[in-house]
Design a protein around this ligand. Sequence first.
Ligand SMILES: [Ca+2]
Length: 213
Amino acid sequence: MIRVQRKSVWLVCLASAALWALSALPALGAGDEALEQHLAALYEGNLLPNPDFEEADPELSNRPLGWSGTYNLLDFNQPIWDDEIALSGSRSLRMAAPMMTEASWQSEKVPVKPDTTYRFTGYVRTQGLEQEKARFVGTFLVQAYSGDRMLFPRPTQAGASLEGTNDWTRVEFTFKTPRNADSIQVIAALSFSGRAKGNVWFDAVKLEEVTGE
Ligand SMILES: [Ca+2]
Protein backbone atom coordinates (compact mmCIF):
# COMPACT_ATOMS: atom_id res chain seq x y z
CA MET A 1 0.00 0.00 0.00
CA ILE A 2 2.71 2.41 0.99
CA ARG A 3 4.60 1.47 -2.19
CA VAL A 4 1.60 2.39 -4.35
CA GLN A 5 1.28 5.75 -2.63
CA ARG A 6 4.96 6.47 -3.21
CA LYS A 7 4.51 5.59 -6.86
CA SER A 8 1.55 7.99 -7.06
CA VAL A 9 3.59 10.76 -5.45
CA TRP A 10 6.29 10.15 -8.04
CA LEU A 11 3.77 10.33 -10.86
CA VAL A 12 2.39 13.62 -9.50
CA CYS A 13 5.94 14.96 -9.24
CA LEU A 14 6.72 13.91 -12.81
CA ALA A 15 3.48 15.43 -14.11
CA SER A 16 4.20 18.69 -12.28
CA ALA A 17 7.73 18.80 -13.67
CA ALA A 18 6.41 18.21 -17.18
CA LEU A 19 3.86 21.00 -16.77
CA TRP A 20 6.52 23.33 -15.41
CA ALA A 21 8.79 22.51 -18.35
CA LEU A 22 5.97 23.29 -20.78
CA SER A 23 5.13 26.60 -19.13
CA ALA A 24 8.83 27.52 -19.04
CA LEU A 25 9.42 26.91 -22.77
CA PRO A 26 12.01 29.39 -23.99
CA ALA A 27 11.09 32.12 -26.45
CA LEU A 28 11.28 31.09 -30.10
CA GLY A 29 14.86 31.27 -31.28
CA ALA A 30 16.48 30.47 -27.94
CA GLY A 31 17.98 27.00 -28.28
CA ASP A 32 17.27 26.82 -32.02
CA GLU A 33 20.87 26.73 -33.14
CA ALA A 34 20.16 27.02 -36.88
CA LEU A 35 18.00 30.11 -36.30
CA GLU A 36 20.49 31.72 -33.89
CA GLN A 37 23.32 31.21 -36.40
CA HIS A 38 21.13 32.52 -39.23
CA LEU A 39 20.24 35.71 -37.34
CA ALA A 40 23.81 36.30 -36.12
CA ALA A 41 25.12 36.12 -39.72
CA LEU A 42 22.10 37.70 -41.43
CA TYR A 43 24.04 40.63 -42.90
CA GLU A 44 27.18 38.61 -43.81
CA GLY A 45 27.33 38.18 -47.59
CA ASN A 46 23.60 38.86 -47.89
CA LEU A 47 22.64 40.25 -51.32
CA LEU A 48 19.12 41.30 -50.25
CA PRO A 49 18.21 44.82 -49.12
CA ASN A 50 16.75 45.29 -45.62
CA PRO A 51 16.75 41.50 -44.91
CA ASP A 52 15.02 41.74 -41.51
CA PHE A 53 12.50 44.36 -42.70
CA GLU A 54 13.39 46.80 -39.89
CA GLU A 55 14.36 49.77 -42.10
CA ALA A 56 11.86 52.28 -43.53
CA ASP A 57 12.04 53.64 -47.06
CA PRO A 58 13.32 57.23 -46.67
CA GLU A 59 10.83 58.35 -49.37
CA LEU A 60 7.82 56.52 -47.88
CA SER A 61 8.23 56.11 -44.11
CA ASN A 62 5.32 53.65 -43.83
CA ARG A 63 6.97 51.22 -46.27
CA PRO A 64 9.96 48.88 -45.82
CA LEU A 65 13.06 49.85 -47.80
CA GLY A 66 13.66 47.68 -50.87
CA TRP A 67 10.37 45.70 -50.79
CA SER A 68 6.93 46.25 -52.30
CA GLY A 69 3.65 44.35 -51.96
CA THR A 70 0.83 43.70 -54.42
CA TYR A 71 -2.57 45.09 -53.55
CA ASN A 72 -5.79 44.10 -55.30
CA LEU A 73 -8.83 46.36 -54.80
CA LEU A 74 -11.22 43.57 -55.78
CA ASP A 75 -9.86 41.01 -53.32
CA PHE A 76 -9.13 43.43 -50.44
CA ASN A 77 -5.74 41.84 -49.73
CA GLN A 78 -3.42 44.09 -47.76
CA PRO A 79 0.36 44.10 -47.79
CA ILE A 80 1.22 45.12 -44.21
CA TRP A 81 4.57 46.16 -42.76
CA ASP A 82 3.81 44.45 -39.44
CA ASP A 83 5.12 45.97 -36.19
CA GLU A 84 3.44 43.49 -33.82
CA ILE A 85 4.63 40.07 -34.98
CA ALA A 86 8.27 39.51 -35.88
CA LEU A 87 10.89 36.77 -35.77
CA SER A 88 13.77 39.23 -35.54
CA GLY A 89 13.68 42.83 -34.30
CA SER A 90 10.18 44.31 -34.22
CA ARG A 91 9.02 44.15 -37.84
CA SER A 92 8.04 41.59 -40.47
CA LEU A 93 6.26 41.56 -43.83
CA ARG A 94 2.67 40.39 -43.72
CA MET A 95 0.06 39.70 -46.39
CA ALA A 96 -3.54 39.64 -45.13
CA ALA A 97 -6.15 38.31 -47.54
CA PRO A 98 -9.80 37.96 -46.45
CA MET A 99 -10.74 36.58 -49.90
CA MET A 100 -9.05 34.27 -52.40
CA THR A 101 -6.40 36.24 -54.27
CA GLU A 102 -2.94 36.00 -55.83
CA ALA A 103 -0.58 38.27 -53.87
CA SER A 104 3.02 38.60 -52.74
CA TRP A 105 5.76 40.89 -51.50
CA GLN A 106 8.74 41.34 -53.87
CA SER A 107 12.30 42.48 -53.35
CA GLU A 108 14.10 44.87 -55.63
CA LYS A 109 16.06 43.01 -58.29
CA VAL A 110 19.55 42.33 -56.98
CA PRO A 111 22.59 41.73 -59.26
CA VAL A 112 23.81 38.12 -59.52
CA LYS A 113 26.41 36.22 -61.56
CA PRO A 114 25.21 33.88 -64.34
CA ASP A 115 25.57 30.10 -64.02
CA THR A 116 26.36 30.38 -60.30
CA THR A 117 24.90 28.60 -57.27
CA TYR A 118 23.07 30.66 -54.64
CA ARG A 119 21.33 29.75 -51.40
CA PHE A 120 18.11 31.36 -50.16
CA THR A 121 17.04 31.13 -46.51
CA GLY A 122 14.03 32.81 -44.88
CA TYR A 123 11.26 32.28 -42.32
CA VAL A 124 7.48 32.07 -42.84
CA ARG A 125 4.58 32.09 -40.36
CA THR A 126 0.99 31.35 -41.42
CA GLN A 127 -2.49 31.67 -39.93
CA GLY A 128 -5.52 30.00 -41.54
CA LEU A 129 -3.91 29.86 -44.98
CA GLU A 130 -6.17 28.11 -47.51
CA GLN A 131 -5.40 27.69 -51.18
CA GLU A 132 -7.30 27.16 -54.40
CA LYS A 133 -5.27 25.35 -57.09
CA ALA A 134 -2.18 27.43 -56.38
CA ARG A 135 1.25 26.14 -57.43
CA PHE A 136 2.85 27.73 -54.36
CA VAL A 137 1.43 29.20 -51.14
CA GLY A 138 3.02 30.58 -47.96
CA THR A 139 6.59 30.36 -49.17
CA PHE A 140 9.49 32.13 -50.86
CA LEU A 141 10.40 31.95 -54.56
CA VAL A 142 13.18 33.41 -56.66
CA GLN A 143 12.93 34.69 -60.24
CA ALA A 144 15.95 35.30 -62.50
CA TYR A 145 16.07 38.16 -65.03
CA SER A 146 18.20 39.22 -67.98
CA GLY A 147 17.73 42.99 -67.94
CA ASP A 148 13.95 43.45 -67.81
CA ARG A 149 13.26 40.00 -69.30
CA MET A 150 11.97 37.32 -66.95
CA LEU A 151 13.86 34.07 -67.62
CA PHE A 152 12.53 30.51 -67.75
CA PRO A 153 11.78 28.51 -65.72
CA ARG A 154 9.23 30.69 -63.88
CA PRO A 155 9.92 30.73 -61.02
CA THR A 156 13.60 29.87 -61.11
CA GLN A 157 13.21 28.01 -57.80
CA ALA A 158 10.74 27.83 -54.90
CA GLY A 159 10.56 26.62 -51.31
CA ALA A 160 8.03 24.16 -49.90
CA SER A 161 4.48 25.51 -49.53
CA LEU A 162 2.95 26.06 -46.07
CA GLU A 163 -0.80 25.82 -45.54
CA GLY A 164 -3.04 26.20 -42.48
CA THR A 165 -1.50 27.63 -39.30
CA ASN A 166 2.23 27.32 -38.63
CA ASP A 167 4.65 29.03 -36.27
CA TRP A 168 7.84 30.50 -37.81
CA THR A 169 9.19 27.87 -40.22
CA ARG A 170 12.53 27.86 -42.02
CA VAL A 171 12.45 27.78 -45.84
CA GLU A 172 15.78 27.02 -47.48
CA PHE A 173 16.86 26.06 -50.99
CA THR A 174 19.76 26.40 -53.40
CA PHE A 175 19.55 27.10 -57.12
CA LYS A 176 21.79 27.83 -60.08
CA THR A 177 21.27 31.06 -62.04
CA PRO A 178 20.58 30.65 -65.78
CA ARG A 179 23.50 31.32 -68.18
CA ASN A 180 22.15 34.75 -69.21
CA ALA A 181 20.89 35.89 -65.78
CA ASP A 182 22.06 39.21 -64.39
CA SER A 183 19.61 39.75 -61.52
CA ILE A 184 17.33 37.92 -59.12
CA GLN A 185 14.09 38.95 -57.44
CA VAL A 186 12.88 37.29 -54.24
CA ILE A 187 9.12 36.78 -53.97
CA ALA A 188 7.52 36.29 -50.53
CA ALA A 189 4.21 34.78 -51.60
CA LEU A 190 0.79 34.40 -50.03
CA SER A 191 0.16 32.60 -53.33
CA PHE A 192 1.89 32.25 -56.69
CA SER A 193 0.23 31.00 -59.87
CA GLY A 194 -3.14 30.42 -58.19
CA ARG A 195 -5.06 31.92 -55.28
CA ALA A 196 -5.09 31.71 -51.48
CA LYS A 197 -6.61 33.48 -48.48
CA GLY A 198 -5.49 33.94 -44.87
CA ASN A 199 -2.48 35.54 -43.22
CA VAL A 200 1.21 35.02 -43.89
CA TRP A 201 4.28 36.67 -42.34
CA PHE A 202 7.90 36.73 -43.60
CA ASP A 203 11.11 37.67 -41.78
CA ALA A 204 14.92 37.27 -41.76
CA VAL A 205 15.68 36.55 -45.43
CA LYS A 206 19.08 35.84 -46.91
CA LEU A 207 20.37 35.32 -50.45
CA GLU A 208 24.03 34.36 -50.66
CA GLU A 209 26.44 32.94 -53.19
CA VAL A 210 27.48 29.37 -52.41
CA THR A 211 31.25 29.09 -52.56
CA GLY A 212 33.56 26.19 -51.79
CA GLU A 213 30.90 23.66 -50.76
CA1 LIG B 1 12.33 41.61 -38.50
